[in-house]
Design a protein around this ligand. Structure first.
Ligand SMILES: [Ca+2]
Ligand SMILES: [Ca+2]
Ligand SMILES: [Ca+2]
Ligand SMILES: [Ca+2]
Length: 291
C-alpha cells in the first residue's frame, strides 16, 4: 500500500512541475495587477526607510538621514507591460548617481554593463558582474532592465591590452524593479516568486547592432515617435528592426540598397522616386520594385 502511495505522489509531483512550466495557464490565473500594487507599496516603503550613504551605498535610516523617498535623485517612469492577457501599468524607479559623458543606449542597442543584482527585502545578492558584460537590451534582459538601462549614459573606455578595459565617466546608479518587470510570479534561481529586485549598475559602453541583417543599424529603425516596437511598415507584426523585408514587397531590404555608403545609417537610401511616393526610400516603398 505504501509503495502505491509513493508512486502516486511521484506522479502528482511530476504533474505539478510540468504544470508550473506551462506559463499560459499559471500566469493567466495570477492577479498581476494586484501584485503590481503590492510591489509598488514595498518599493515606496523601502525608499522611505533607506538612504544613500556618502559612498553611494544604500543603507537603512538610523537617525535623520534623508530618505530616498524625499530625495530628488530618485526618479520613476511608467512601463506598460503585458502579463497574462492583461496590460499592467508598472512603475520602475531609478537613481542616476553619476551621469556618463557619452551616449545613452536605446532599447535595441547592445551595452556593456557591470552590475550587482539584489533582492529588495533582504539585500541578498543573486548575481553580479564586476568587469562588464555585453547584453543585447532587446533580447538578453528582463524588460525592467531594458527600460531602466536606457536612462544611463555610457562613458569612456581604455583597453588594457589583455582583453579587459577600464572605464571612466560612465553612468552609475540603481534600477529598482517591481516583480512584474523582473521574474514575476515564477522567480528565477535565488530570486523568489513575486520579489521586487534592484540593480546597482555601471553603463560602460553602447554598441549599435543590426538585428535583422538588412545593413541598417537597429538604432535607426524607429518611427517618428522614436518607437522601435510599433514601427512596422508592412504591418505584418514584425517591427522593422527585426524584419528583413520592411515594406513586404518581396524584395529583401538589403537588396533595395538602403545604405549605399555602408555606415549603417539609411539617410542615403536609394530612392527611385516613384510617382506615388517621391520622398519614400525604396526599402520602405511597397510599390518599388513594381509588382
Ligand atoms: Ca537592421
Ligand atoms: Ca514588418
Ligand atoms: Ca522590401
Ligand atoms: Ca520597396
Amino acid at each position: 500500500m505504501k509503495k502505491y502511495l509513493l508512486l502516486s505522489l511521484a506522479v502528482l509531483f511530476i504533474y505539478a512541475s510540468s504544470c508550473k512550466k506551462d506559463d499560459s495557464e499559471d500566469v493567466v490565473a495570477f492577479d498581476h495587477a494586484a501584485q503590481a500594487i503590492i510591489d509598488n507599496d514595498s518599493l515606496i516603503n523601502y525608499f522611505k526607510t533607506h538612504y544613500l550613504d556618502t559612498e553611494g551605498n544604500i543603507a537603512e535610516i538610523e537617525a535623520d538621514e534623508e530618505a530616498l523617498y524625499e530625495s530628488d535623485t530618485l526618479k520613476s517612469k511608467t512601463v506598460n507591460f503585458t502579463r497574462g492577457s492583461e496590460e499592467i501599468e508598472y512603475t520602475l524607479y531609478y537613481i542616476v548617481q553619476q551621469i556618463g559623458d557619452s551616449i545613452k543606449p536605446v532599447e535595441v542597442d547592445m551595452v556593456n554593463m557591470s552590475y550587482i543584482g539584489m533582492t529588495l527585502d533582504d539585500g541578498e545578492i543573486f548575481d553580479r558582474a564586476d568587469n562588464g558584460v555585453n547584453f543585447d537590451l532587446y533580447s538578453d534582459l528582463i524588460v525592467g532592465m531594458r527600460k531602466g538601462a536606457v536612462e544611463f549614459h555610457s562613458g569612456a573606455w581604455d583597453p588594457q591590452g589583455d582583453g579587459t578595459y577600464t572605464y571612466e565617466n560612465n553612468g552609475k546608479g540603481y534600477i529598482f524593479l517591481p516583480s512584474g518587470l523582473a521574474y514575476a510570479n515564477v522567480g528565477s534561481g535565488d530570486i523568489p516568486a513575486n520579489a521586487p529586485i534592484y540593480f546597482r549598475i555601471e553603463m560602460n559602453r553602447v554598441f549599435h547592432i543590426d538585428h535583422d541583417g538588412d545593413s541598417i543599424l537597429s538604432v535607426y529603425e524607429n518611427d517618428d515617435n522614436g518607437d522601435y516596437f510599433e514601427y512596422d511598415t508592412d504591418e505584418d507584426g514584425r517591427p522593422n528592426f527585426l524584419d528583413s523585408d520592411d515594406d513586404g514587397d518581396g524584395t529583401l531590404t538589403i537588396d533595395e540598397n538602403p545604405d549605399p555608403n555602408n555606415d549603417g545609417v539609411p539617410a542615403d537610401a536609394e530612392n527611385s522616386s516613384n510617382a506615388d511616393n517621391p520622398d519614400l526610400a525604396d526599402y520602405l516603398d511597397p510599390n518599388v520594385p513594381s509588382k
